[in-house]
Design a protein around this ligand. Structure first.
Ligand SMILES: CC(C)(COP(=O)(O)OP(=O)(O)OC[C@H]1O[C@@H](n2cnc3c(N)ncnc32)[C@H](O)[C@@H]1OP(=O)(O)O)[C@@H](O)C(=O)NCCC(=O)NCCS
Length: 142
């Protein structure tokens, strides 16, 4: 019912789709990411893109990735799309040889539960990069 694909954000239509999904899922709660950095995925329902995720090399852990963003349109919530997108990111992380993936959640129990279900665990980064009450997540890939 849903297909997940890694996409090429240098394609203008893809970049527009990512920006539109970001706006519709984060509103103004997070800055618009640079889609030319890192790797990006879209989840399609038929021809419609309904969710997205992004990851890039982490600047905080050695040889690891940073799961930077995920958003699902509200009418497609509850189908496990965040976890499916995480699996796609992990599969690529393993292919490119990352040792781990890190991420963070802030005031977001739904997303935090998805990190736990996907095998991420809380950890304390040496240099926390977000807010005082942000939770930091890490999953070893090997
Ligand atoms: C976080 C997010 C990606 C999760 O979407 P998802 O993969 O569809 O969520 P799940 O399939 O795990 O949903 C699990 C349950 O939580 C509910 N749910 C999902 N997102 C929810 C939200 N933002 N608020 C309240 N409930 C939510 C689902 O409806 C489902 O309920 P059910 O078990 O009664 O069916 C999505 O809420 C979202 O895009 N939020 C806005 C952007 C965001 O916060 N991104 C993450 C930043 S760390």
């Amino acid at each position: 019912m849903y297909r997940i694909r890694i996409v090429d954000p240098s394609d203008d239509d893809i970049a527009d789709t990512l920006a539109e999904l970001h706006q519709l899922t984060f509103f103004d709660a997070a800055a618009m990411p640079r889609f030319d950095l890192g790797a990006w995925w879209l989840a399609y329902h038929g021809d419609d893109a309904v969710a997205f995720a992004g990851a890039m090399p982490s600047t905080h852990v050695r040889n690891g990735g940073y799961f930077s963003r995920v958003g699902v349109l509200q009418r497609h919530w509850g189908r496990g799309l965040q976890r499916r997108l995480m699996r796609a990111v992990e599969a690529r992380g393993r292919r490119v040889g990352w040792d781990s993936i890190v991420s963070d959640t802030t005031d977001n129990p739904v997303s935090a539960n998805n990190f736990i279900q996907a095998g991420y665990r809380l950890y304390d980064p040496e240099v926390p990069w977000a807010w005082a009450h942000t939770l930091y997540w890490r999953k070893q890939l090997r």
